[in-house]
Structure formats: structure tokens, C-alpha cells
Design a protein around this ligand. Structure first.
Ligand code: UDP
Length: 330
């Protein structure tokens, strides 16, 4: 099976490329290299440098590589940036996804896996979120993904396509064999920021808000290892190839950690101090986001292997250390 991986030079897409290759399938990467890295694409994997909004180039790529399925990761994904630049997010994540879907329809693609986000739920209740919870995104990022979910559902119904939409909770960690990890220099995600602080790459970090009505006052998230997330995508492809129905599934472990607990775990696992300053709440941040993962476990038989915060932190630490040593050598 030939699989187009949009955003395949990025953090999560790059792990998908490795998993497809490991399974003997044929990934083709489509990436504009705005945040991805050419070096991260294995030499034997075709890389098309282009924009998913370039209809003609996407269509030509789908045809010339005889693509059977699309796994669509390419997106902007920083919540605070989306608050400052909503139109940029709607263009990149929604309008360009429309163009990608149009090319997919024109090329007769019947299998589509879409990377969505728990940010579509907005300010959830304290309970774990099921896929049927009301959608009320707090940020243009969440809205831009929700709109694409809707387009995909409608396009699939009209054009005999089947899809799995996967709503990611907080993805972190790195390939346990250290072939890939989050490599963006100025990443904003909590575990990466805390690990960089532990390694002395940042003098200190901020904790955005300690006055939430949670046990320790900081926000709670369901952190999931990137390798488990990618296993869910592989199972989604299997499910669709086996004739399975279209699905929308959460991908998270079903339990959460607070920001303070994450920082403390980074201190413990690294054995180093992490200076964390209390800062005001960050705009667009829901208080608690935890997945109900019943559906993904039952429908895709998803069985996570790295459901352990210390392991996620340890893999992030190892990757970040490697990256730092490599950059020092360059
Ligand atoms: N966070 C923080 N300091 C940071 C980065 C993040 O306190 O330097 C908090 C953030 O406010 C949120 C949680 O950590 O409550 C997870 O944020 P992240 O950006 O990793 O992911 P998000 O949940 O926004 O997708």
C-alpha cells in the first residue's frame, strides 16, 4: 500500500513514516518544510516539497505515486499563535485541507486518516471526554480542525470514501529507538519546554496559571507517547483496509497529569533542577482535557505500550540530549 503522509517531515508525521516503513508499506512524504526537516525523511522515502493547498501538485503526486491512502498531518498547531493569527490558521488548516480533499476526490482516494485534536472540545467538564461530547473549541486552532472534520465527514459520505479522524490529546516523547523526535528549536509544548529547562537550554520556564479549580491549581492534560499515537494510525489504516466503517476516535490514555506534576516528573527523571515561575493564565487554555479512550480501544483494538509519564519524559530527555549534541557538532 502506498500512503501519502502530509507533514511527513514533521514530528508526528515523521514517526508515521517510520512505522509505515517498518510495516513494509510505502510512505510518500508531502511537506512544505515550513517546520519539518528534510534530514528527517529517510533516503529511500520519496519527498515532495510542496504545499497541500497546491491542488495540481497534490493531484499529480497522488497519481504518479499510485497512492492508496492519505494520512493528513500537515498543519499549524500552536494554540496561542492561532489566537493572534486566526486567518493564518483557517487558511493553513481548513482552506488548504479543503484543497487536499478535492485532489483526493479527483484521484479516487477511498481511505483517509485525519489528525484532529482534543482542542475541538473546548472547556470540558471534569469527566473524561467521549467523542460525543459537545464541540466548542476555545481557539482558532481547535475551530480550524473542527471545520476540517466536518468537511471530511461530508466529502466521505458523498464520494464513497472512508475515514478515521483521530483526536489527539497531548502528544509527547520520542521514538524509543531514537530515530525521531520533536526537533523544532522553539517548541512551546510543556514536556519539551520543561526538559529543555532541565538541560539548561532555557534558564527557566513559566507555569501558566496556578489558580484553576484543580487539586494543585494547574491545568490537567492527558499526555500520550507519540509511538502509541502512531500505532493508533496504523490500526486505523488496517481497520479501513479491512472494510471497517468511518470513525471518529479520541487518542489519549484516559488519565491526566497537572502542569506541576509534569514539571516534578522532569525534575525526578533528569535529576536536575527545573526553575518554574508562576505566570498568568495562557489565553485559550482549557482547565482539564482527559480522554475517554473506550472507543479507540474497542473499535481499533488499540493497546498502548508507553502509558507512563516517566517513560515519556525519559524518551524526551534522551532525544533532546542527542539533538543538542548533534547541533553542537554542526
Ligand atoms: N504550559 C505551561 N508552561 C509552558 C507550556 C505549557 O504551563 O511553558 C501549560 C499550558 O498552559 C497547558 C499545558 O501546559 O495547561 C499543556 O500545554 P501545551 O502547550 O503543552 O499543550 P496544549 O494543551 O496547549 O495543546
Amino acid at each position: 500500500m502506498n500512503v501519502l503522509v502530509t507533514g511527513g517531515a514533521g514530528y508526528i508525521g515523521g514517526h508515521m513514516v517510520l512505522a509505515l516503513r517498518d510495516a513494509g508499506l510505502k510512505p510518500v512524504v508531502f511537506d512544505n518544510l515550513s517546520t519539518g526537516f528534510r534530514w528527517s525523511v529517510p533516503e529511500d522515502v520519496p519527498l515532495v516539497v510542496g504545499d497541500i493547498g497546491d491542488y495540481e501538485l497534490v493531484l499529480q503526486t497522488l497519481k504518479s505515486h499510485s497512492i492508496d491512502a492519505i494520512v493528513h498531518f500537515a498543519a499549524k498547531l500552536v494554540v496561542p499563535e492561532s489566537m493572534r493569527d486566526p486567518l493564518g490558521y483557517y487558511l493553513n488548516n481548513t482552506v488548504k485541507s479543503r484543497s487536499l480533499l478535492a485532489a483526493a476526490v479527483a484521484a479516487g482516494i477511498k481511505t483517509f486518516v485525519f489528525s484532529s485534536t482534543a482542542a475541538v472540545y473546548g472547556n470540558a467538564s471534569e469527566k473524561a471526554l467521549t467523542e460525543d461530547a459537545p464541540l466548542a473549541p476555545l481557539s482558532p486552532y481547535g475551530s480550524s480542525k473542527q471545520l476540517t472534520e466536518v468537511m471530511l465527514r461530508d466529502v466521505a459520505a458523498a464520494h464513497d470514501m472512508r475515514f478515521v479522524t483521530i483526536r489527539y490529546f497531548n502528544v509527547a516523547g520520542a521514538d524509543p529507538a531514537m530515530r525521531h523526535g520533536q526537533s523544532t528549536a522553539n517548541a512551546t509544548h510543556l514536556i519539551k519546554v520543561a526538559v529543555q529547562t532541565a538541560l539548561g537550554m532555557r534558564p527557566s520556564m513559566d507555569i501558566y496559571g496556578t489558580d484553576y479549580p484543580t487539586p494543585d491549581g494547574t491545568c490537567i492534560r492527558d499526555y500520550i507517547h507519540v509511538t502509541d499515537l502512531i500505532a493508533a494510525h496504523m490500526q486505523a489504516l488496517d481497520h479501513l483496509r479491512g472494510g471497517g466503517e468511518s470513525l471518529v476516535v479520541n487518542c489519549g490514555y484516559g488519565h491526566g497529569y497537572s502542569v506541576s506534576e509534569v514539571v516534578e516528573t522532569v525534575r525526578k527523571v533528569s535529576g536536575r533542577p527545573v526553575e518554574a515561575r508562576i505566570a498568568p493564565r495562557r489565553e485559550g487554555d482549557p482547565m482539564t482535557i482527559v480522554a475517554d479512550s473506550t472507543r479507540i480501544r474497542s473499535k481499533l483494538n488499540w493497546q498502548p505500550r508507553y502509558d507512563d509519564l516517566a517513560t515519556i519524559v525519559e524518551h524526551t530527555l534522551r532525544w533532546e540530549t542527542m539533538l543538542r549534541e548533534r547541533n553542537l557538532k554542526l
